[in-house]
Design a binder for this molecule. Structure first.
Ligand SMILES: Nc1nc2c(ncn2[C@@H]2O[C@H](COP(=O)(O)OP(=O)(O)OP(=O)(O)O)[C@@H](O)[C@H]2O)c(=O)[nH]1
Ligand SMILES: [Mg+2]
Length: 228
């Protein structure tokens, strides 16, 4: 895992820095009043949209480059109630503590939570932000989080939200864990996210996790448990 991480880091980071330098020059030029006037940025919807894409690209690249290279980012994704937060509680031993991840049945808000130990919080500065897709930090003390940051993402079938997460957050991840619930694997609400990951993030290793297997019945005529 370590080797893979560093291998990707070098070549990709050099390229990303070069692209970012170019983008900075371009956006400095675009931010000059005369350019804005010439391109009619204030009124022309199409140029404004393209200008915003450039800005976002610049922001994402900056975020990618400013993330701490020593932290390994594990992104948990999957539709609501696929068991992401529950799995985190089990792995980090946070059930029944003040650090317990909420595991409601209701879909959560649109916040991504980065969980790592307090000593790593400074390394997250380039990544934490408020916005349409807000990224927050929560510190948990666990030997597992010494070099790792786990991202708990809200399950959402909302296509626009999924696109934004894939574009603005997932690229910093070193591995993506895609959660499926055993009782509804490859539900149609999984498709927008899978498609986005396939389209944009093919360079990130992805692992599929099947959860809630205890609810899966070999014999459909029998109840899940004896206590019905
Ligand atoms: N039976 C069973 N229930 C589970 C399992 N994992 C999670 N659940 C239940 O499924 C519900 C949702 O679990 P969460 O961990 O909140 O799922 P999530 O993926 O974080 O959901 P969102 O945050 O809404 O995207 C909760 O009521 C959990 O108790 C499991 O392995 N077995
Ligand atoms: Mg959750």
């Amino acid at each position: 895992m370590e080797g893979e991480h560093h291998h990707r880091e070098h070549g990709t980071d050099v390229q990303a820095s070069k692209i970012l330098a170019g983008l900075r020059e371009l956006s400095d030029l675009l931010d000059e009043p005369k350019t804005g006037e010439a391109l009619d940025l204030a009124k022309n919807a199409r140029t404004t949209e393209q200008y915003n894409i450039l800005r976002r690209l610049r922001q994402s690249l900056t975020q990618y480059l400013e993330r701490d290279g020593d932290l390994f980012y594990v992104g948990l994704v999957g539709h609501f109630s696929s068991g992401k937060s529950s799995t985190i509680n089990s792995i980090l031993n946070t059930w029944d503590t003040d650090r317990e991840r909420r595991t409601d049945l209701n879909p959560t808000d649109t916040t991504i939570t980065l969980i790592t130990s307090e000593e790593n919080s400074k390394s997250l500065l380039g990544v934490i932000r408020e916005g349409h897709v807000t990224i927050r930090h929560e510190s948990v003390e666990s030997p597992l989080l010494h070099k790792i940051a786990i991202a708990d993402t809200p399950g959402s079938g909302d296509t626009q939200f999924v696109e934004e997460v894939a574009r603005d957050f997932l690229p910093i991840c070193d591995v993506i864990l895609f959660f499926f619930s055993a009782t509804s694997p490859l539900d149609k609400t999984d498709l927008p996210l899978l498609t986005e990951i396939h389209r944009r993030l093919r360079f990130i290793p992805i692992r599929f996790i099947v959860t809630r297997a205890d609810e899966f019945r070999l014999d459909q005529s029998k109840p899940v448990s004896s206590t019905t």
